[in-house]
Design a protein around this ligand. Structure first.
Ligand SMILES: [Zn+2]
Length: 100
């Protein structure tokens, strides 16, 4: 039973209202093959209005189903985050650029 990989196209849709989230930020991650996206739901009647979530995809715009790289980070297809968590996520996303 093969798992269908979640694509960026799927993961950018809000899990609650199924509308495309607004792209807040796109940034490289500390793993070269992966790119991080932060989306926010702009649908005023949605329970996730103004909720942000992070999507991490590989070179094929697919959400990895396993850990990539040396760091055992998890890459859930969709994960709601608070502003504070977003700062943290963007910190580790931007760490890579600062370090090289
Ligand atoms: Zn929504």
């Amino acid at each position: 039973m093969a798992e269908t990989p979640t694509t960026l196209k799927t993961a950018r849709k809000c899990p609650k209202c199924n509308k495309n989230g607004e792209l807040i930020q796109k940034a490289p991650t500390e793993v070269p093959e992966l790119t991080g996206y932060v989306f926010s739901c702009g649908n005023k009647v949605c329970p996730w209005f103004n909720t942000r979530w992070v999507v991490t995809v590989d070179d094929d715009d697919k959400v990895p189903t396993r850990d990539i790289g040396h760091d055992p980070k998890r890459f859930p297809a969709v994960q709601p985050i608070t502003d504070k968590q977003q700062e943290h996520v963007l910190d580790w996303i931007e760490d890579d650029e600062a370090g090289s």
